[in-house]
Ligand binder design. Sequence first.
Ligand SMILES: CC(=O)SCCNC(=O)CCNC(=O)[C@H](O)C(C)(C)COP(=O)(O)OP(=O)(O)OC[C@H]1O[C@@H](n2cnc3c(N)ncnc32)[C@H](O)[C@@H]1OP(=O)(O)O
Ligand SMILES: O=C([O-])CC(=O)C(=O)O
Length: 371
Amino acid sequence: MTTTKGLEGVVATTSAISSINNDVLTYRGYSIQDLAEHSNFEESVYLLWNGELPTEDQLGIFRKKLAENAVVPSEIFEVIKAYPLHTVHPMAVLRTAVSALGVLDPDADLMDVMSNKEKAIRLQAKIATIVAGFARIRQGAEPVAPKKDLGLAANFLYMLKGRIPTDVETKAFDTALVLHADHELNASTFTARVCVATLSDIYSGVTSAISALKGPLHGGANEQVMNMLEEIKSPEDVDYYIENALASRKKIMGFGHRVYKNGDPRARILKKMAGELTKMGEDTRYYEMSLRIEELLKERKGLLPNTDFYSATLYHTLGIEKDLFTPVFAISRTSGWVAHILEQYSDNRLIRPRAEYNGPGLRPYLPVAER
Ligand SMILES: CC(=O)SCCNC(=O)CCNC(=O)[C@H](O)C(C)(C)COP(=O)(O)OP(=O)(O)OC[C@H]1O[C@@H](n2cnc3c(N)ncnc32)[C@H](O)[C@@H]1OP(=O)(O)O
Ligand SMILES: O=C([O-])CC(=O)C(=O)O
């Protein structure tokens, strides 16, 4: 048996959903640059789930279904109100709330394709309402109900802030959702596939994926990037902070990637978006700091930013609190997880690799009195 730490380079499945080839990312064959520029979140989700871009009619029906399913059962928010609201992490809340959605769905265990596609829509639609609702509840306010005439990106910002977002805000957020929707066999997607390959249900698959996304080596890195920017405080202190961090072999969040070796194409798009958006406001400090951090990391370690780096500045500029950055990632990535879950069900086999045992050899059992 051979082992590869962290399964680096191991090809664990075939998939027709997204591909990373020579640092080019595609969803169903369409480049991420094209989708970011010309598509929108709902259209990209349709593409990921169905394999083809929708016609105008198909997109209209899909948008309508998502909007109609965005309302979250009141039981979910009632339970959330009982949590330790000022200490609990929103990703823990989201993980629990998605599991609770499964508890409340009488069809949770139906395994036919139609029923799973309906559940996929319900889940995708509700997850944004849960994140925004939690943010309101912890401020002591009631959740804002979703509007049927808004797309998912605008609806989320509306439910979060209680005002209709501007077109610029909606476009920036919608594009960020498109960019984060899927990413081949990343850790959370693999987790989802392992889970549902036991023929467990779609809510279990997404709950376990949220759990994996939460970690700072994966989706949790975007919040850590913001923590770092806040800790550095001003552009003049970037060099000192980074030199110290590298000298103590500390990892710089938002840099490096298991697959991309010449840079993450999403980071380049997010960098441009974050730059344009911050320049419209008054405070360009975090963006300037990010530019210098990127320069230093490239120079000193040959490390390039991943998708979590500039998304932090972008979300901050959109007025989103930093501990909601990873839940926002989850809103988008639910679409990719669901696409992979449906693909896994369509040609399933239990995922059960082996471990190379390196513990003690066979030894006699000693009764407790003799140890
Ligand atoms: C959406 C996403 O999930 S994107 C990734 C988000 N995660 C982060 O941004 C966290 C910071 N980055 C990292 O921890 C890593 O780069 C990962 C987890 C993304 C990839 O990990 P791996 O492929 O296992 O790379 P690994 O951690 O082994 O790093 C290889 C080398 O580069 C160094 N390195 C990698 N990333 C960084 C970093 N961000 N800061 C400093 N050094 C780094 C490692 O210290 C290691 O150096 P060494 O060989 O001298 O020990
Ligand atoms: O692919 C990965 O390993 C992590 C990542 O960038 C993502 O999930 O978007």
